[in-house]
Design a protein around this ligand. Structure first.
Ligand code: NIG
Length: 381
């Protein structure tokens, strides 16, 4: 079954040779992009969809979410909007609710949020454990995550559970917990931040994960400058996420590495932090990704379009840079060469905007612009 999408007004391919095409067409077949070219003479296909001059992008790649959770933190958000600072301590509220929830309740929450994301053009979702924090609850979170998200990251090192001894908990995470969760996940992550895990504790967990063949990611530099970025680069992590407070040497280290700087602007706004130095990172030569960080505490949104709009309007990124960051760079942060671009052979993840160009994502802030979505070649909206 093949699909021709034709009469594309502006096609963002994210392919260095193809670039941005006008009056273009795409053929999807076998879950992949089979042909890209001019709308003047496209090949035949089983189905033909005329998008009437609309803009087409690769589907959003949301490379950072925390969707295995239960409970509600509206009151914490309200208090923050009234001036109370964000602290990682609120994670414990969600841990209690998550432990108390049934498997079906957790599955319903993640399924609802993934569906919400797909309806807005997201075609690939990473999600993390980290609201279980016991061996049993982390395994359960990883298993349920794998049934609904595309990639799963182990975040047993999210917070030292209240009442636990930090060193004993790190030993548990880096030993028994990792052994139990590893079969369900591709990545391991650590919240390396004051109030969570320090540099040595983070290194211990990350090295133990690498020794078990997991890829590495780091939550770093979210609430202040610290060792997260440096450690991520040192250990060759695929991504360091947040990067809200960076020193010049952090920016240089990222620019000289393959570690992606994943920025989470919806989180920074929702926790009343500064926005990250995207322009400085890009100008230094670092690769910047954007992700939603959807979670009930610090960033309760699945909207990648909101992140792109914010990046353009408030972080001095161009539309092209922001779209690339939310698609191709997100794929690079997950080490997926087949995602986030629309060249022949790429996964057929396609997002049609109800607008003539991607510029409208920033030009019309807050307006829902998703018109149609294909995921692995199948129309899902
Ligand atoms: O990425 N930084 C740590 N973890 C999440 C927040 C989790 C929460 O507050 O529930 C984040 O922002």
């Amino acid at each position: 079954m093949s699909t021709l999408i034709t009469n594309i007004g502006e096609l963002t391919t994210n392919d260095p040779d193809l670039g941005r095409l006008t009056d273009a067409a795409l053929v999807l077949a076998g879950g992949e992009v089979a042909w890209v070219g001019s709308a003047a003479n496209p090949p035949a296909a089983d189905t033909r969809v005329d998008v009437e001059g609309r803009a087409v992008l690769p589907g959003w790649v949301d490379s950072h979410t925390h969707l295995v959770f239960a409970g509600d933190r509206t009151a914490e958000f309200e208090a923050r909007m009234a001036g109370k600072p964000y602290t990682a301590g609120g994670i414990a509220t969600t841990v209690n609710a998550t432990r108390a929830a049934s498997d079906d309740e957790l599955a319903a929450v993640i399924a609802r949020h993934v569906a919400e994301a797909v309806a807005q053009g997201t075609t690939y979702v990473e999600t993390k454990t980290g609201y279980g924090l016991t061996v049993e609850d982390e395994v359960r979170s990883a298993r349920i995550a794998g049934e609904h998200a595309d990639e799963v990251t182990f975040l047993g090192a999210h917070l030292v559970p209240p009442g636990a001894d930090a060193d004993s908990y790190v030993a548990l995470v880096a030993g028994e917990m990792l052994d139990a969760v590893a079969p369900f996940v591709r990545w391991a992550d650590v919240f390396c931040e004051r109030g969570a895990f320090d540099e040595d504790q983070s290194r211990t967990v990350l090295k133990a994960a690498a020794a078990r063949g997991l890829g590495l990611r780091v939550h770093g530099n979210q609430l202040g400058e610290g060792p997260g970025v440096r450690l991520a680069v040192e250990l060759g992590a695929a991504s360091v996420d947040h990067c809200t407070y960076l020193s010049t040497s952090d920016i240089e280290a990222l620019a000289g590495s393959n570690t992606i700087a994943t920025l989470l602007p919806a989180c920074d706004l929702s926790t009343r932090q500064s926005l990250p130095p995207a322009r400085e990172l890009l100008d230094a030569g670092a690769t910047v990704a954007l992700a939603s960080n959807c979670n009930p505490g610090s960033s309760y949104t699945t909207s990648m379009a909101y992140c792109v709009t914010t990046a353009v309007l408030q972080m001095r990124m161009t539309v092209e840079e922001a779209v690339h960051a939310a698609t191709r760079a997100g794929a690079l942060a997950l080490d997926r060469a087949d995602l986030g671009h629309l060249a022949v052979g790429a996964r057929a993840d396609v997002h049609v905007l109800d607008a003539p160009s991607a510029t409208h994502l920033a030009y019309r802030p807050g307006v829902p612009l998703t018109h149609a979505v294909w995921r692995k070649g199948e129309r899902v909206r």
